[in-house]
Design a protein around this ligand. Structure first.
Ligand SMILES: Cc1cc2nc3c(=O)[nH]c(=O)nc-3n(C[C@H](O)[C@H](O)[C@H](O)COP(=O)(O)O)c2cc1C
Length: 152
């Protein structure tokens, strides 16, 4: 059993829905901590075996507002090789140049803070509900394989 921490920001609830689904699917086999970023202790970000950061994209390619406020508080974090992943939401109708930009921002953060990105980001391009049972579930299964294989 691994301890997976999911930290997310949401304004409209889509990201929360996805993160709750992911947590629900993992929790039979793993210990899962699911936290809104505004309630997360920045010093405890690394207290887990696997870290997932989740934010939608807003305002022409920036992080969601709660995550944007949380982000400066974790800039000193050293992830020390910890396996990590990103969940990113967006919608091409807003600005194609910045489509799913939050995923790029979070991935760059993980890579530059010593994290080891263990699987491709989960990307949700529209309202998430229709994707839960297929692409989100497939992503969770891939994550479970990684966790089973070598506790990455
Ligand atoms: C004002 C506004 C700006 C947005 N800007 C972008 C953007 O630049 N790029 C993108 O991919 N999605 C953009 N989106 C889409 C959101 O990321 C998407 O609706 C997401 O599911 C919202 O997540 P939430 O409900 O968890 O807050 C924008 C949405 C709004 C309302």
């Amino acid at each position: 059993m691994s301890h997976i921490k999911i930290i997310y920001g949401t304004t409209g609830g889509n990201t929360e829905l996805v993160c709750q689904f992911v947590a629900e699917k993992l929790k039979d086999k793993h210990a899962v901590t699911l936290e809104r970023c505004e309630l997360t202790d920045p010093k405890k970000v690394t207290d887990c075996d696997f870290l997932i950061l989740a934010s939608p994209t807003y305002g022409h390619g920036v992080l969601e507002m709660h995550f944007a406020q949380f982000f400066p508080k974790i800039q000193d974090v050293d992830l020390g090789g910890k396996p990590c992943a990103v969940i990113t939401l967006g919608d091409p109708k807003y600005d194609m140049d910045y489509f799913l930009e939050s995923g790029k921002i979070l991935t760059e953060f993980l890579e530059t803070h010593g994290g080891r990105v263990a699987l491709d980001s989960l990307k949700i391009a529209k309202t998430p509900l229709p994707y839960l049972s297929k692409s989100v579930m497939m992503w969770v299964q891939k994550l479970c394989e990684i966790l089973k294989g070598n506790k990455k």
